[in-house]
Design a binder for this molecule. Structure first.
Ligand code: ADE
Ligand code: ZN
Length: 348
């Protein structure tokens, strides 16, 4: 069996994917036409080209670490939030999610826990109900028609205020059946996760799982990781999204291990801006330390169409991982995912 046959056959779980980061140029173009939204591009081809050239822009902010050659997250985020403007109606959210779930099925992804950014929509005047209804309908159809099961994680934008996070949390609570977890994403610059403690404490008390991004190479990232691992929501988050810089600090490795905390890594998201050696030696280090790392895609539409399969292939090649170790990555995903136990059993 070739390595690509092996990867294709592997039943997969994806735990770090922003649904808005899967918006293809073709769907964006179609929705913009339908909703009479004027794009800054004259044709679908020009729009598609803009997805490819985005990382030619380079800028670094004071205090960012390990980001010598790359595009800072905010440039990517401008593009990502720009894409959202075509998402207006319930069926737009349904189509967005179904496009991803269909792609997931083709990669043999059997279960996923995608993020959605509620504030990215409510701040544009889209009602919470519209977002929730479209995502939930897609979740149900993906399970029955595509055999892709999922649970949604609602993220807060950390460059918005903690008050806005709480307001959106409360507005979303009537739809609590739609999401099972709360996360934190967007621009981390001078936005420590501790700013959002009230809403994470509340969400944990209300029975949600909690998680947070600590993206690679960001200012103060070691402090942010420390907070997320040890204190978020009172006793530390239930998972760590990214957090690769933990590999640089033995005490962080120890703290993650001592809580048996899972990590959702997205190799291409780092590799596109950092050296192969730095990225994969640190992925390997966390794996060898016995931490339950997983491999995921982040925002594949905006990151050179590198979906979970391509990210797994990248890790397999550069870490490098044997097939046995690749199976261990999937076992890690089964272990750290928040599917119910009966469903987890179907992976064993
Ligand atoms: N929101 C969507 N994608 C993100 C990323 N890669 N980093 C931070 N926030 C995000
Ligand atoms: Zn992410």
């Amino acid at each position: 069996m070739t390595s690509s046959d092996f990867l294709q056959r592997l039943p997969k779980i994806e735990l770090h994917l922003h649904i808005e980061g899967t918006l293809s140029p073709s769907l964006r173009w179609r929705l913009a036409q339908k909703n009479n939204i004027k794009l800054a591009y004259d044709s679908e081809e020009a729009l598609a080209a803009s997805y490819k050239t985005m990382y030619n822009h380079r800028k670094k902010k004071d205090g960012d670490i390990l980001d010598p050659n790359g595009t800072p997250i905010p440039v990517f985020l401008d593009m990502y939030y720009g894409g959202m403007e075509c998402l207006i109606t319930e069926s737009d959210f349904y189509d967005l999610a179904m496009e991803y779930f269909t792609k997931a099925a083709s990669m043999n992804v059997r279960y996923c826990e995608p993020f959605f950014d509620i504030q990215g929509h409510t701040r544009r005047g889209v009602p919470v109900a519209t977002v929730m209804s479209g995502l939930q309908r897609a979740r149900e159809d993906a399970a029955t028609k595509l055999n892709v099961k999922s649970n949604w994680t609602m993220c807060f934008l950390r460059d918005m205020s903690p008050e806005s996070a709480m307001e959106n949390y409360e507005a979303a609570l009537p739809y609590r059946a739609v999401f099972h977890a709360i996360g934190l994403d967007s621009d981390e610059y001078d936005r420590p996760p501790s700013l959002f403690e009230d809403v994470f404490l509340r969400a944990r008390k209300d029975g949600f799982k909690i998680t947070s991004h600590c993206d690679v190479g960001q200012k103060d990232t070691h402090e942010h990781i420390h907070h997320v691992v040890t204190s978020m929501g009172g006793t530390g988050a239930d998972r760590l999204d990214h957090g690769l810089n933990a590999a640089e600090r033995p005490e962080l490795i120890e703290a993650i291990k001592s809580r048996d905390l899972g990590m959702t890594l997205c190799p291409h998201a780092y590799h596109r801006r950092l050296s192969t050696e730095w990225v994969f030696s640190n992925v390997r280090k966390l794996f060898d330390a016995g931490i339950k790392i997983t491999v995921n895609s982040d925002d594949p539409a905006y990151m050179h169409d590198m979906w979970v399969s391509e990210n797994l292939a990248l890790a397999q090649e550069h870490c490098p991982f044997t097939e046995k170790e690749m199976l261990q990555l999937q076992r890690n995903a089964v272990s750290i995912c928040w599917a119910d136990d009966a469903f987890k059993e179907t992976f064993r």
